[in-house]
Design a protein around this ligand. Structure first.
Ligand code: SF4
Ligand code: SF4
Length: 138
């Protein structure tokens, strides 16, 4: 997820892998995923980054999401003008991750490939519109 730009940890992901997406041109779609699960290690890293206790960080940045099928801790969201809501750590103006150095593991790994489906959709729509900044409804 979004790099120093959003879950687009993409740009810094792996120099050896030729990436076919550019998070700096994307509004951070992956950071709008409603369930961005974090581990205790992720919470501890965020706590250190903010100078908080693990308990404080867990409460402030995450909440427990539980259904019959899953029981996980996920990042809190807030309202957004581009998508319905985004991760609380996405800067809604610059569309960049504000905790890039301390972002959770899932954000570092996404999109797990040299291509990003949303980015390809975005690029196609922008070409169709002749507008490099167009943001389609996802
Ligand atoms: S921490 Fe939030 S803003 Fe940063 S990359 Fe992950 S989902 Fe995006
Ligand atoms: S949706 Fe894809 S291109 Fe956009 S920020 Fe996430 S990984 Fe990067």
């Amino acid at each position: 997820m979004r790099r120093g730009a959003g879950v687009g940890a993409g740009a810094a992901y792996n120099a050896a892998m030729r990436l076919r997406y550019d998070c700096s041109k994307c509004p951070g779609y992956c950071c709008s995923y409603p369930r961005i699960a974090v581990t205790e290690r992720d919470v501890a890293r965020l706590a250190r980054h903010h100078g908080l206790s693990v308990e404080q960080a867990r409460e402030k940045f995450t909440y427990r999401y539980r259904t019959k099928e899953v029981d996980e801790r996920i990042l809190r969201h807030r309202k957004d003008d581009v998508f319905d809501s985004v991760c609380r750590f996405l800067d809604r103006d610059t569309r960049r991750c504000t905790v890039y150095q301390a972002r959770p593991g899932v954000c570092r790994q996404y999109p797990h490939a040299s291509r990003c489906g949303y980015y390809e959709f975005l690029r196609f729509e922008r070409e169709q519109q002749g507008d490099d900044e167009f943001i389609p409804n996802a």
